[in-house]
Each structure stands twice: as C-alpha cells, then as structure tokens.
Write a protein that binds this ligand. Structure first.
Ligand SMILES: Nc1nc2c(c(=O)[nH]1)N[C@H]1C(S)=C(S)[C@@H](COP(=O)(O)O)O[C@H]1N2
Ligand SMILES: [Mo]
Length: 200
C-alpha cells in the first residue's frame, strides 16, 4: 500500500538485489591480473573456433556492423562489491551463436583474451539472452581499464567471468578451467549460491 504514495525509496528498489556476503558500491572498481593491454583496432580481430559449424573471424568494422543490444544488469565481484544498474551495449552472445552454430558436441566455452587471460563457461550459461559482448558502458566506449575495446558481460556470474579485452571464444566438448578457476575460484561462480572458491 505504501507504493500508492510517491515513488518507492531507493532502499526498497535495492532490496533483494544484493547476493549474500556482498556490499553495494556506487563506484566501479578496476580489477585485473597484469597490465592494461595496448590494442590497435586496425589489427584487432575476434575469432570463434572449435566445436562450431562455422568458425568465424571478425574485424572491428565487421563486429561493429552486427545488430546491437543493450543490457542493464547488476555486477557482483567475488571480492564482495556489487554495483547495481550497469548499462552495457554491444552484440548479444545469441547473435554470435546464431552465426557460428555450435556443434551438437559443444558443451563448454573458453573466453580468450589479450595477454592470455581465460575464463570458462558452460554453453548453457553463455546462451542466456543477457550475455553480451560489450564495447560500450553508459553510452560511452569502455574505458581501457574496463576492457576496451571489447569485454564479455555475464550478469548471472561473478564478475571474473566477464572477461576484459576479449579476442575470441573457443568451443569445446569438455570443460577447461580458466585463469582464476585454476587458482581455486569456483568453476561456476553463481553469486546467489555464493560459489566463490572451489573448496567451499
Ligand atoms: N582479461 C582479463 N579480464 C578480466 C580480468 C583479468 O585479469 N583479465 N579480471 C576479472 C576480474 S577478477 C574481475 S573482478 C573483473 C573486473 O572488471 P572491472 O575492472 O571492469 O571492474 O574483470 C575480470 N576480467
Ligand atoms: Mo575479481
């Protein structure tokens, strides 16, 4: 009944959106292993290979010509900060999946990035319609720190699965733990189940 009088308070809107063990931040922290890569769009490409019927390599211009999609989502980092209402724009993963057509054997995907960072996801998780290859945040190109020119955004997983400076996707018939997953991070990384580390 409160809702009849005025707008809901921010605390009401936020209720139920913070997974266990997380706190809210307004800022957007920068976190990664190693340094920010120097990327030249003239030589940049995006490659999809492995268990797909139509392997694909896109130049930056070709990537930018694909249909666009905007996703508003909450970010949950395993280091316990969460940021609500992030607005990314780019190409829906569904669009890429339609182009490359995973084979019936394809079950897992490894995101491959500049400087060798990797992270793994089941194909099911990648197929969600909120999964994005994002080049834009808040209507501006991504900051280099946050993954310019292109990052993966997987809203339903902890943010280490949202690979920055992504250069390709490798489709596999078996699972292959990525960079942090090999160092003890959970293989699935669902923030609502608090899947932080693999020994928990
Ligand atoms: N290429 C690359 N992507 C990466 C990482 C990294 O080290 N290298 N770190 C991950 C981790 S641990 C987190 S929490 C998020 C942080 O993204 P942000 O700096 O945009 O907040 O990026 C993820 N993507
Ligand atoms: Mo992280």
């Amino acid at each position: 009944m409160d809702r009849l009088f005025g707008r809901p308070r921010p605390s009401d809107e936020r209720k139920g959106r913070l997974p266990p063990g997380q706190y809210l931040t307004e800022k957007w922290p920068v976190l990664h292993y190693g340094s920010v890569p120097h990327v030249d769009l003239a030589t940049w490409d995006f490659t999809v290979w492995g268990e797909v019927e139509r392997p694909l390599t896109l130049t930056w211009e070709e990537f930018r010509a694909l249909p666009r999609r905007r996703v508003r989502c909450d970010i949950h980092c395993v280091t316990r900060w969460s940021k609500l209402d992030a607005e990314f724009e780019g190409v829906a993963m569904r669009t890429i999946l339609d182009l490359v057509r995973p084979t019936p054997a394809a079950r897992f995907v490894v995101a491959q990035c500049e400087q060798g960072y990797t992270t793994n996801l089941p194909l099911d998780a990648l197929s969600d319609d909120d999964v994005l290859l994002a080049d834009t945040y808040g209507r501006e190109p991504l900051e280099p720190d946050h993954g310019w020119p292109l990052r993966l955004v997987v809203p339903k997983r902890y943010f280490w699965k949202s690979a920055k400076w992504i250069r390709g996707l490798q489709f596999l018939d078996h699972d292959l733990p990525g960079f942090w997953e090999r160092y003890g991070y959970h293989n699935e990384g669902d923030p609502w189940l608090e899947q932080r580390f693999s020994d928990e």
